[in-house]
Design a protein around this ligand. Structure first.
Ligand code: FA5
Length: 357
């Protein structure tokens, strides 16, 4: 390389350096030009091959540029630091912290926990099952044969997915499939409850939703009778609503129990007399309790003695084992416990309402 070529390279480096925009990282530029293998550093090292006079002359020009670049890099670093601290407010350690609102348990969770605690005291263990369930567990093993009209009782969301028997997967319509899963995996005596989300293709109104929560309880053992069911439900309902609460049974149909019953609980709002009390909000017929509509009773649970076909599907001998089962909507219980008249209030997540509960 001749001295002229050396100077030409030096001026190219200068031009290139000063055309780099201000936003570029100064650390990276420093490394590129002045670092150990930087372009200017390498060029200055080339001086060793020149004569003493050229070394002196070119060395001065080269070092002058090196100082110029260093000054420019320093000022780039300073303005970059100033911009960063402008963007970030100064740290004031004396400032008090941001108030962080504390949440609370949702009424549905609160109610479910109360039910689980209450039945847990009676020896029921808590079991779980999948939300995307097989047709077999949700219907077939519960004595709803394929194409049986009883399936219409529960409007179902079917999934575009088949199980190994080419039956549909679906979003479980009730928590009863957990009964089957538990009985299939355990030998009697079994006493279990489950709780969780259930899904039905239904329009939303004050007492219906397409996603809601259910709880299920069942007991299978030798010599279990309807009297055991009645005692269990009475004890559990009194624990939840107070010792004055009463229950009554009326016949009902569910394919997986025989006999089946609808269980009503005495209205906790009017104390079973059916009359609108002081402090009750208007909304019902004149003089009548707006919650039970004057009947004094509220339908709260489905229940019955586990059907022999269900036992057979689970590998239990119905000649030797008997049992009861019951199931209910958690929202229904939450509405009673919190005095809510529209189920939608539980889902809208309006904190002004939820905070009052
Ligand atoms: C059942 O789902 C049965 N598996 C219950 C059962 C279990 C009966 C064991 C016998 C033995 P049913 O379809 O009635 O039954 O639903 C039970 C409860 O779920 C209802 O009483 C109601 O409180 C609640 N529920 C049903 N559909 C809806 C809905 N769309 N929105 C909110 N809650 C609902």
């Amino acid at each position: 390389m001749t001295p002229d070529q050396w100077l030409e390279r030096l001026s190219r480096i200068e031009k290139e350096f000063f055309s780099v925009p201000g936003g570029e990282d100064p650390g990276r530029l420093e490394q590129k030009y002045l670092g150990r293998k930087g372009e200017l550093a390498l060029l200055l090292r080339e001086l060793s091959s020149f004569s003493i006079e050229d070394k002196k002359r070119l060395g001065q020009t080269g070092n002058a540029l090196k100082n110029k670049l260093q000054e420019n890099l320093d000022s780039r670093k300073t303005s970059r630091g100033a911009a960063a601290s402008e963007a970030r407010p100064a740290l004031d350690l004396a400032l008090s912290g941001y108030p962080y609102p504390r949440g609370s348990v949702h009424p549905v969770t609160f109610t479910a926990n109360k039910i689980i605690d209450s039945l847990g005291k009676l020896g029921f263990s808590l079991e779980d099952g999948p939300l995307a369930e097989m047709d077999y567990y949700n219907f077939e093993a519960l004595n709803f044969p394929p194409h049986h009209p009883a399936r219409d009782m529960q409007d179902t969301f079917y999934l575009n997915l088949k199980d190994e028997k080419n039956m549909d997967y679906l979003l479980r319509t009730h928590t009863s499939p957990v009964q089957i899963r538990t009985m299939k995996s355990r030998k009697p005596p079994v006493r279990a409850i489950s709780f969780g989300k259930t899904f039905r293709s239904e329009a939303v109104d004050a007492s219906h939703s397409f996603v809601f929560h259910q709880m299920e309880g069942f007991y299978a053992d030798k010599n279990v009778s309807m009297a055991d069911l009645k005692w269990t439900l009475e004890t559990f309902i009194k624990d939840l609503f107070g010792s004055g609460a009463k229950i009554r049974f009326s016949p009902s149909y569910f394919p997986f129990v025989e006999p089946g019953a609808q269980v009503e609980v005495s209205c906790v709002f009017c104390g079973r007399n059916g009359a609108a009390g002081a402090g009750q909000k208007p909304g019902g017929e004149e003089g009548k309790c707006p919650v039970c509509k004057g009947s004094g009773w509220l339908e709260m649970l489905g229940a019955g003695m586990i059907h022999s076909e269900v036992f057979k599907a689970c590998g239990y001998d119905p000649e030797k084992v008997s049992g009861f089962a019951f199931g209910a909507g958690i929202e229904r219980f939450a509405m009673l416990l919190f005095g809510i008249r529209d189920m939608r209030m539980l889902y809208e997540n309006d904190l002004r309402i939820l905070k009052q509960l």
